[in-house]
Design a protein. Structure first.
Lengths: 107, 112
């Protein structure tokens, strides 16, 4: 199975900060990488697909990038509604595998 | 709009089975595979498997192969997952998803 190593596991940041979360894949996954946001008591919401594509309705302060086997989700200017847990997902090979999650909190 | 509406919470006894549903609307049911995902309390997400509503074909995570059975009813645009021989480790929230759209989740509690 492909391992997705996500970091950090948690972080605190201030409103307006630039925030970056990273996932590293244990094998080549091309651009088959999505990012999800999950708020307490809610289902995951897809934010980014294909490593860099913004899902419909997602604010433009969110972006995705790739450098080799490292994939990043960046929030350019943190807003209070962005406090959540973020997960990456590889979808190139079954079983699909998720990162362990990054809990984003307000400082 | 696309919706995946899942059945309600379930309280089941150890050793029992539970069958949950996922009713799709707002799109052609047979055009998209349905995935099932497990989320244990406070933990990350685990992919259980998928079913192709058009063909009925399935693909299971090896970890859940003896535990989960995925089926569909095309006439009602509904996908089902049956989880068998339940233990406390199976207490979790279970989601159906198209990946781009997710159901609201079913909380399953296994307790005597």
């Amino acid at each position: 199975d492909i391992q997705m190593t996500q970091s950090p596991s948690s972080m605190s940041a201030s409103l307006g900060d630039r925030v970056t979360i990273t996932c590293r894949a244990s094998q080549d996954i091309g651009n088959y990488l999505s990012w999800f946001q999950q708020k307490p008591g809610k289902s995951p919401r897809r934010m980014i697909y294909g490593a860099t594509n913004l899902a419909a309705g997602v604010p433009s302060r969110f972006s995705g990038s790739r450098s080799g086997s490292d994939y990043s989700l960046t929030i350019s200017s943190l807003e209070s509604e962005d406090m959540a847990i973020y997960y990456c997902l590889q979808s190139i090979q079954y079983p699909y595998t998720f990162g362990a999650g990054t809990k984003l909190e307000l400082k | 709009q696309v919706k995946l509406l899942q059945s309600g919470a379930a309280l089941v006894k150890p050793g029992d089975s539970v069958k949950m549903s996922c009713k799709a609307s707002g799109y052609t049911f047979t055009d998209y595979i349905i995935h099932w995902v497990k989320q244990s309390h406070g933990k990350s997400l685990e992919w259980i498997g998928y079913i192709n509503p058009y063909s009925g074909g399935t693909n299971y995570n090896e970890k859940f192969k003896s535990k989960a059975t995925l089926t569909v009813d095309k006439s009602s645009s509904t996908a089902y997952m049956e989880f068998s021989r339940l233990t406390s480790e199976d207490s979790a929230i279970y989601y159906c998803a198209r990946v781009d759209y997710w159901g609201q989740g079913v909380m399953v509690t296994v307790s005597s």
